[in-house]
Design a binder for this molecule. Structure first.
Ligand code: GDP
Length: 229
């Protein structure tokens, strides 16, 4: 079963985004965390450019993706929105940059990618605080798990789950571990968005409420149970 995936646009702001109202999933993480590699591994095609010039481009790359198993009854396409690697540590305010703020004003679901080898970095914690408050749904994904031996993985995963107070999905773009589970997670995010009542299922979802933007961050998305084949 072929996954359909194509590059749509590089946008400097939300005004450049597609306006057809498909679900959006923002991919957030530090430069070099493995965003492009994970996108390519997920769609089994090389659509995202890897490690070109970390942190240089301030563009959101939008990809249209449809997985044959996505959504009951057919392939519901959605947009993966690859945001530039962030620099929370430098910003100091704990805020997100303008581009991310615009993207998140569209209430996408979001995946925060963190490197399993560096659990609990201050910049990642600040990102999670922001993302889990601003996204409609948010989950943490640990990348590059193939770089750690089994025991180290378990220790790092425990550390991550305690730091983020959320379940964390471990993946490797190199070995493909965790990708089925990631598809299930994406599937549930897209379905939840598509199953919203029509009033909310418009091209622009309402902005996050004051409550969802404030602290503490909302309960993050739990990893869904595996779907029956
Ligand atoms: P981005 O800046 O977040 O888009 O990161 P990239 O996808 O460009 O990856 C940064 C570096 O990490 C590259 O050298 C990748 O080959 C490497 N990398 C990414 N994902 C993995 C992974 O799952 N396992 C291993 N071993 N290396 C990875």
């Amino acid at each position: 079963m072929k996954i359909e995936a194509s590059f749509v646009t590089s946008a400097t702001g939300a005004s450049g985004f597609p306006k057809d109202g498909l679900a959006e999933i923002a991919i957030v993480g530090r430069s070099n965390v493995g965003k492009s590699s994970l996108i390519n591994a997920l769609v089994r095609q090389r659509i995202a450019r890897t490690a070109a010039a970390p942190g240089k481009t301030r563009l959101a790359n939008v990809y249209r993706v449809a997985h044959p198993s996505t959504a009951r009854g057919g392939a519901a396409p959605f947009y993966l929105v690859d945001l530039p690697g962030y620099g929370f540590a430098r910003g100091g305010s704990g805020g997100f940059d303008e581009l991310a703020s615009e993207v998140f004003s569209r209430s996408p679901a979001a995946l925060l990618l963190v490197d399993l080898r560096h659990p609990g970095l201050e910049s990642d914690r600040a990102a999670w605080e922001w993302v889990s408050g601003a996204a409609a749904e948010a989950a943490v994904v640990a990348t590059k798990i193939d770089k750690l031996a089994r025991g180290e993985r378990i220790r790092a995963m425990r550390q991550l789950e305690s730091v983020f107070d959320a379940s964390v999905l471990p993946v490797s773009a190199v070995t493909g571990e965790g990708l089925d589970e990631l598809w299930n997670l994406i599937d549930s995010l897209v379905n939840r968005r598509n199953n919203l009542p029509p009033r909310h299922n418009s091209q622009r979802l309402p902005k996050p409420t004051a409550r969802s933007q404030g602290q503490p961050p909302r309960e993050p998305t739990r990893q869904p149970r595996r779907q029956k084949k």
